[in-house]
Design a protein around this ligand. Structure first.
Ligand SMILES: [Zn+2]
Length: 102
């Protein structure tokens, strides 16, 4: 129960992380999994990949397939629309943080 609630909550945070990093440089799945792990989010590729796909179809990320040593790797970059969402989310996250930090 508690787990389910936390997972829902963290999904939002994960979306924000993705938009933030994909804005700085193109990201790919394995890189993003490692980054999230460093922040304490232990999610599987089975969870992350559908998130990346849905963010792509929502127009928040744009995908570029690159050939890396004979294998196709999908890179994602934040779009202009994704950036607007990120700006809004950052404001909201900051407001919330100020209110609950103590
Ligand atoms: Zn991060």
């Amino acid at each position: 129960m508690e787990d389910k609630v936390l997972r829902k909550l963290f999904l939002g945070f994960i979306h924000i992380h993705i938009l933030h990093h994909a804005k700085e440089h193109p990201i790919f799945g394995v890189w993003m999994l490692e980054e999230l792990k460093e922040h304490g989010y232990n999610i599987s590729s089975g969870t992350l990949y559908p998130i990346l796909h849905s963010m792509e179809s929502d127009g928040l990320l744009i995908r570029e397939d690159r050939n890396v040593e004979g294998k196709i790797r999908k890179y994602y970059t934040t779009t202009e629309k994704g950036n607007l969402i990120l700006i809004e989310a950052r404001k909201k996250a900051y407001e919330l943080f100020k209110e609950i930090k103590d």
